[in-house]
Design a protein. Structure first.
Length: 205
């Protein structure tokens, strides 16, 4: 492993090793797998990744990833646009959609407030959420943020910004364990937490 036979193979392993969750041994297996495939398959694979990186967009309304300026969820007349579910990142949108129990819209913050890591409210999509609530006047804003100090801090901050609008603010019920991220929560638990969501004010008590 330390001395790979060819520089090209070593370069491929190093690049694959950059991916999250991919160790050096796994990177080597992936590189050798790609080497064993037809050249056309590898070319299509690489072209797809380049196309994804160059052309992916972020919805101008909710900041979810999209092929177009407005994502399919925001553009759909079948969604309940009076509900806005606030999540940390796009993976949480996917987790919520997998439950099959939510038919509202989303707002992706792009992270959580974390002063120790240098992440301030100004670096997140909080201002656009406040503006959106004031403009759209939704019936309810649902906090679907991690049950962590950063998630709680972010929820507190946003609630102070949007409470004057009079919007109903709720949060997922305590089916989500403290410290858990949505993407790692099973669909049944997440679905129940969504169905049994509680007032954000009650959640703080």
């Amino acid at each position: 492993m330390e001395n790979l036979p060819q520089k090209l193979l070593e370069n491929a392993v190093e690049e694959l090793n950059r991916l999250p969750g991919i160790g050096r041994r796994t990177a080597l297996r992936l590189a050798l797998f790609l080497l064993s495939q037809e050249e056309s398959m590898v070319e299509k694979f690489s072209e797809t990744l380049v196309d994804f990186r160059k052309n992916i967009k972020y919805c101008k309304i909710c900041h979810n990833i999209s092929d177009t300026e407005v994502c399919d969820i925001c553009a759909s007349p079948k969604r309940e646009h009076g509900l806005i579910c606030v999540v940390s990142d796009v993976r949480d949108v996917m987790a919520m959609e997998n439950t099959g129990m939510y038919r509202g819209s989303y707002h992706v913050l792009g992270g959580l407030i974390n002063p120790l890591a240098g992440i301030s409210p100004a670096q997140l999509h909080i201002a656009s959420l406040v503006e959106r609530v004031q403009k759209e006047k939704p019936e309810e804003v649902i906090f679907a943020l991690p049950a962590t100090p950063e998630g709680d801090t972010t929820a507190f901050y946003i609630s102070r910004q949007i409470t004057p609008s009079g919007v109903k603010i709720t949060t997922l019920s305590k089916g989500i364990a403290i410290g858990d991220d949505l993407e790692y929560t099973d669909e049944l638990t997440l679905g129940r937490s969504l169905s049994n969501r509680v007032s954000f004010g009650l959640h703080l008590d």
